[in-house]
Design a binder for this molecule. Sequence first.
Ligand code: GRF
Length: 195
Amino acid sequence: MKRLALGILGSGKGSNCRAILENIRSGVLPAEVPVVISDVFDAPILDIAREFSVPNAYLPPGNFRTRLEPQVEMELVQMLRAAAVELVVLAGFMRVLKSPMLGAFQQRILNIHPSLLPKFPGLEAWKQALAAGDKVTGCTVHYVDEKIDHGDIIAQREVAILPNDTPESLHARIQLVEHELYPEVIARLCRERAS
Ligand code: GRF
C-alpha cells in the first residue's frame, strides 16, 4: 500500500507523535513522516523526532502569541510542500492556523482534542469536564478549520470520569486513549486513500 506522507506539528511533549511513529515502526500504520516541525525551540517533540531519525525543524513563530506571523505561516506551507506532505497532523500544536495553511491543505489538516467536541473546546478541556461534573469525557479527532477546536469530526472515543479523578489522572487516561485513536484514524484515512 502506498504510504501516506504525514507532516507532524507540535509545541510540547509529543506523546501523540511518539504513538504515531511507533505505529509506523511496527507496521500497523502505512504512513511515513518526512518532517516534524515545532514552534518551540526545545520542545520534547523534536527530541522524539530525532530518536526516530525523522527530519525535524524548529520554526521561529514570530511575535504573535496565539498564531504564526503570516510570512512564517507561508514558510511553513513551503516546508511541508518541500517534504511532499499529504496530510498535516497537529499533535499538541498550540497556535491557531490561518488562511495560508488552511488554503494550502484544505481538509488535509487533522487535530486531536481532549474532549468530546463540541463540548469543551479550548485549553485544558479535561479540567472543564471535571468542573462541569460530567461522568464521561473523551477525545476527538477532527479536521481543522478557521475556528478553534472546530471542524468536521472524524472519530471520538469516550473516557469515564471516575469519582476520585484529579485533573492529572483524568488527563493521563485521556492521553492513553488518544495514543490509540489518533494512529487508528490516520491508518483508516491511509486505507481509504489507497482504495
Ligand atoms: C493532547 O492531549 C491533545 O489532545 C492536545 O494537545 C495534547 C498534546 O499532547 N491537542 P502531546 O504533546 O501529544 O503529548
